[in-house]
Design a protein around this ligand. Structure first.
Ligand code: INI
Length: 154
């Protein structure tokens, strides 16, 4: 019989780092609210969460790296927003963030979750960060809980 391993979403005793970009602060703030609500719902204590604000999404990987390499967290959640229709920088900022966040996770061995919205318009970003279903911060927090528990079993 194969051994099947998968993580559940129990957050008791788990520690999380959250790196969130101030650029489009109201959207990022809603992603953060979604993530914090989901972690609390699954038993993560308030004082088991450290939140670091960066100026923009481009700066997220470096801060995530410091957290991921500290051994202080079971997973690190990254949150930000890049809107294609509003900047010629889109490909640079979104591309570097995605590449950097993936690299940090692989190099540190700590799960680093990608919760950066990359949308065509501000309306799409708002729709994906609202208080109801579809908040990407909440979705990514669920993935972080699952990865934290999965990694503990391997
Ligand atoms: N940062 C974002 O988080 N989202 C963006 O859409 C964005 N735009 O439009 O350029 C953005 N730029 C700032 C960037 O992340 C850095 O903070 C800045 O370039 C300094 O390194």
């Amino acid at each position: 019989m194969p051994k099947i391993v998968q993580g559940d979403h129990n957050g008791q005793g788990k520690k999380f780092g959250i790196v969130v970009s101030k650029f489009y602060e109201s959207i990022s703030g809603n992603l953060l609210d979604g993530a914090l609500g989901m972690l609390a719902e699954h038993g993560v204590a308030d004082d088991a969460i450290t939140i670091a604000w960066t100026p923009g999404t481009f700066e997220i990987p470096l801060v995530a790296k410091k957290m991921a390499e500290s051994d202080g967290y079971d997973a690190v959640i990254t949150l930000g927003c890049v809107i294609r229709g509003e900047t010629a920088h889109f490909d640079y900022v979104a591309g570097e963030a995605a590449k950097g966040i993936g690299q940090v996770s692989m190099e540190s061995g700590c799960p680093v979750l990608f919760g950066v919205l990359t949308t065509e318009t501000r309306e799409q970003a708002i729709a994906r960060s609202g208080p109801n279903s579809g908040n990407k911060g909440a979705d990514v927090a669920m993935a972080a809980l699952e990865m934290a528990n999965l990694m503990g079993q391997l």
